[in-house]
Design a protein around this ligand. Sequence first.
Ligand SMILES: *Cc1c(COP(=O)(O)O)cnc(C)c1O
Length: 350
Amino acid sequence: MNENFSLTRIIRKNVSDLQPYSSARDEFKELGTDMIFLDANENPFETGINRYPDPQQRSVKTALAELKQVSAAQILLGNGSDEVLDLLFRAFCEPNVDNVITVPPTYGMYKVLAGINAVENIEVLLSTDFQLNVTEILKKQNSGSKLLFLCSPNNPTGNSFSEEQVEQLLNQFNGIVVIDEAYIDFSTNASWLQKLSDFPNLVITQTMSKAFGMAGIRLGICYASMEIIEVLNKIKPPYNVNQLTQHMTLKRLDSMGDVKSETNIIREAKNILSTVLLQVKFVKKIYPSDANFLLAKVDNAALRYQQLIDMGVVVRNRSNQPLCENTLRFTVGTPAENLKLIQILNNLEE
Ligand SMILES: *Cc1c(COP(=O)(O)O)cnc(C)c1O
């Protein structure tokens, strides 16, 4: 338990003073079928999407709450994780005053969002084995440190962070620890969701974009204490998750069997790809991965990247990230795509 964490201390004053916008549909919790809605200036002719969506996305939250064994009041949904992350900045980080801590090499959006929100981004590099530098992180935190972003499994390195170290940070970082679990469904490690009630400063983000196969609909999920969710609810745009997204999410959550079997196929394919990639002559190293991608160290990343493009395969060159010199990140494709990739790699010229 973190004795130093206080939600009232870290919330921005304008946010805590805010009277949220009350949308027309917010005032009617029950959308009774026999009611006539003349309150929101919609076109009354039915198209399936002529009405504003539920601003609180109650059906989706109920389904997620059941699946993840949390209360619906501990869930906030956004237009992708990116919106959820942005809401965290806007709720807790005073522009030009506060700071956040990130641990590169990691997901690039934290830094971009810090820039957009005029919030200082304090960077503490991971160790050479891509683990957390706990002492250094705690040394760098100050009274303005509001958010610490930990991506686990981490993008682009693929590994998960040590549980003990994350727990140490949850206990000793005085702001909110955001654990980005975009890749958790590919991992054999347990989600931090199980410990949500143990840590008042824990925020977990997940997404429909990766294992759930719905990057196109943009749905990001935030799990936290009811108190933190309440703050985020105050500042979110009223209709931030559209009707089609809510509908498709519900459908997908109803076919968890498909999600699980696809995830298993991807995991298996990753293990095979990892072994085979290591036999490619210019591949020096494959880093251990709990995600659906592999980070590979190669002889010359810029050259191999371009050669792959010329052969019609797009991968990600991560060489400009610290500790990632000459690395390429390969997303695991279908077994057929992976086979094609390997054939192409084996035929590349010196
Ligand atoms: C892909 C990814 C996301 C997903 O973002 P969405 O906006 O939900 O699509 C979030 N975090 C990390 C680390 C990712 O790699």
